[in-house]
Design a protein around this ligand. Sequence first.
Ligand code: GLA
Length: 469
Amino acid sequence: MSPPPPSTNISLTSDMKEIRFIELQKLFVDKFKCEPKYFVRVPGRVNLIGEHIDYCGYSVCPMAIQQDILIAVCESNNFSISLTNTDPNHKDFSCDIRTFSILEEGSSPPGWYSYVLCGVRGVLESLTSENHIPVGFLAAVTGNIPLASGLSSSSALVCSAALATALVNKVQFTFDQLAVVCAQSERYIGTQGGGMDQAIAFLATAGSAKHIEFDPLRTTEIQLPSDAVFVIAHSLHSLNKAATSDFNQRVAECRLAGQIIAKKKGLTWRKINKLADLQVSLKLTLAEMEDIVAETLHEHPYTKEEVCQALEVTEQELEHSSLNPKVKHVKTFKLFQRALHVFQEAGRVDKFCKICEEGDRSNALEQLGQLMQASHQSLAKLYECSHPQLDQLIEVASKYALGCRLTGAGWGGCTVSLATKATAPALVDLLKEEFYLKNPMYKGQDLNTLVFITKPGSGCRIYDTEEMD
Ligand code: GLA
């Protein structure tokens, strides 16, 4: 079988006349003295609702955005991977595809190329033939997704590198398979994310958001009300989730909450990895799971000793069964709050999808907005992953937005607001005037890259330059 065919629902030649393609091709030729064989384009995403629940096994509702990672690529004639980037802050990198390591000792945050290597590793590990001799590649990379902003620039890089590797190695994957491979391999960066970002990167369709379910991965189109418009705004505070342990701590807290509840309910707690596993084992509804949290967990933080006692394990056993290396130092865990957020947020996703399924009706937008607002309150209070600048953006947006929430991992990054066709331009102007121009962190950046209206974009695309001739 051959690699996935290039997408046909667009005019490839006209896409490739875009200035970004032309400039990237020039960089590629200048650097590598040959022509690229493929271009690979992978979008960023904005998550509309369902935050910090994909790694607990619950479904989410993101859509692809217009900003993307674009890679020009061709195979190398030795085993090297050679990378160059249009961003001068991202230095050239090369390594041997047979021997590379993803993270260098002591480099935190990881270098940009580490995300590329995650994608490469994922594809190489998935090859079924033991006799496959890996083919390296030359790649020039450019991107316009704001970095460390909750819009999934890292996953877009991982996914585009995986596609590039699959193409030059002439191995066949479906986009569904690549989404799963990349979700796993991105964890080599050190963050225990779920599969939302990679799934939407590969499987988005222009014009609709997606309802993404996991284990196994399934996607369904969500038709948003026709008057819905989404506005993304940057909080002026970036956070690279691979550089801190906050994200992994939340993953661990959710797992521990599930395991302690399982133990109290007489289940085999070691089999419970995600809160969704627990719900399946208990055969309860999400609302009933909220009651279980209130019955079985206490609100004040659990100490590590208390967790060990509850599970009847030593600290060493706990580290092995439930914690990843980045959170071994953590001494207290807020299990009640994190589990409550997860079950309630999963319920909000169900309601969000149901409202969209019911089609345009008079108060649909208001209801969707309320769900988004409630999601943010929960992320701020129960999940503690907001940031004062995000909260301030949300307060300013509330004058015109029907609902507004942080999007992505949080602790900085962006908000997404729901507005209407009529109010969105006024919302953008309001945020410019009342948030950016009055904020000491605003240092004259292009306002249109900080706050913008977005529509559901398409998933990844492959352009085979030889088929263009
Ligand atoms: C990051 C992770 C996702 C998801 C979000 C939070 O983007 O990569 O898998 O967990 O955070 O919803």
